[in-house]
Write a protein that binds this ligand. Structure first.
Ligand SMILES: [Zn+2]
Length: 376
């Protein structure tokens, strides 16, 4: 099957309405499914390359084939995508006179369930058999290796960074200085093939991509295996690149730190904070640090069905709107929603409440009560 040819007959504006595509002379301009900014494009010159490319090079810059997008974000199977694109049921056989294609948009979500126990995978074995692994396992193996390495470096700068925010429990967060990253570059180049390292966006021009600063390494834990599904690089020095993600086109639909399978099984209530700093500041175990509403794939609310979430976003305009948005999406999945309220004079976010010794001034209710007037 020639994918390029198949996509040439497709009206992208009809195929991907949720990304709001606009047709231009040589490309489609559309919303990036990863960062939610309307700064992505699909090339459309001569032959349409079936791939969505985010133009925000240093901030997002994700690239995803449309087929993969339909699979991962719409939850469609290969068969369903084939039918969506061609209108034909038959396995990968397109009639030669297939010119105009009717597209029916059907958003099917693959049901997600909390697994009973994670599959134990040996990192050493995976490294040994690397070339035989599937693409998801390859990516998980590399980032789990990076994560394990980042836990064994000199952790002092990380410890100081969090301590200045009154956070002292950071043992499952790693650290990589620039020097660590040069050492890690050599190790990765020895263990894994260059093609995979580049393809997954871990290497850029033969070196680890984010080697311009020192980073705290925040993992997303896999609930199906003992490996890692994504890494966030938190720049510990002031910079416009505050946080970068290694998530390989969100292949694995990562869950936010510090959520784990055990916690999902154990707790019926979860606090949702803006980011991992607030998650750690809350001093609770049942907490989920959502890095902005756009980064939390709502299909993951299926894991929280019949549970209660307590949204504890910032008390500013963005936090207020984000709270209501997240609440709306959660309710669609049968999740009960409450809010953590406090007067913003005690601190605009959870970390400020902690620093000001005001965490006890918060209370839970069914409504969102406060919005800071000075931030409007
Ligand atoms: Zn983007």
């Amino acid at each position: 099957m020639d994918l390029n040819q198949l996509f040439q007959n497709i009206d992208i504006e009809m195929l991907l309405p949720e990304l709001n595509p606009t047709k231009r002379s040589t490309y489609y301009h559309l919303i990036c499914p990863f960062c939610q900014k309307k700064e992505a494009y699909i090339p459309n010159k001569e032959k349409l390359k079936p791939v969505i490319i985010c133009n925000r090079k240093n901030k997002c810059g994700q690239i995803i084939p449309i087929w993969t997008y339909l699979k991962e974000f719409r939850g469609l199977s290969n068969k369903e995508i084939f039918k969506l694109l061609t209108g034909y049921e038959d396995n990968y056989k397109i009639p030669s006179n297939n010119k105009s294609t009717k597209i029916k948009i059907k958003i099917i979500r693959k049901p997600l369930k909390i697994p009973k126990a994670p599959k134990t995978i040996s990192l050493t074995e995976n490294i040994k058999n690397f070339k035989y692994l599937d693409i998801e396992s390859k990516f998980q193996t590399i980032i789990t290796y990076i994560y394990a390495f980042s836990l064994k470096t000199n952790q002092t700068p990380k410890i100081n960074y969090y301590a200045s925010r009154k956070i002292y429990y950071t043992k499952n967060i790693g650290f990589l200085s620039r020097e660590d990253m040069f050492e890690l570059t050599d190790k990765l180049a020895n263990l894994f093939d260059y093609k995979s390292l580049t393809q997954f966006g871990i290497f850029l021009k033969g070196k680890m991509k984010f080697n311009f600063s020192s980073f705290a390494i925040v993992p997303s834990f896999d609930i199906y295996t003992n490996l890692i599904t994504a890494l966030r690089f938190r720049n510990i020095y002031p910079s416009k690149f505050k946080e970068l993600e290694m998530s390989s086109q969100r292949l694995l639909n990562p869950l936010p730190y510090p959520l784990t399978l055990n916690k999902l099984k154990k707790f019926d209530t979860f606090y949702f904070t803006e980011g991992h700093i607030d998650a750690l500041s809350l001093k609770k175990i049942n907490v989920v640090g959502v890095e902005g509403i756009g980064s939390f794939n709502p299909i993951n609310f299926q894991f929280f069905k019949d549970k209660t979430i307590i949204i504890a976003f910032d008390k500013d305009k963005a936090g207020f709107e984000g709270s209501l948005n997240l609440a709306k999406k959660a309710k669609e999945y049968g999740v009960r929603v409450k809010f953590l309220n406090w007067d913003p004079k005690y601190g605009k976010d959870i970390n400020e409440l902690l620093i000001n010794n005001n965490l006890h001034k918060t209370y839970i209710s069914d409504n969102l009560d406060f919005i800071s007037s000075k931030n409007e």
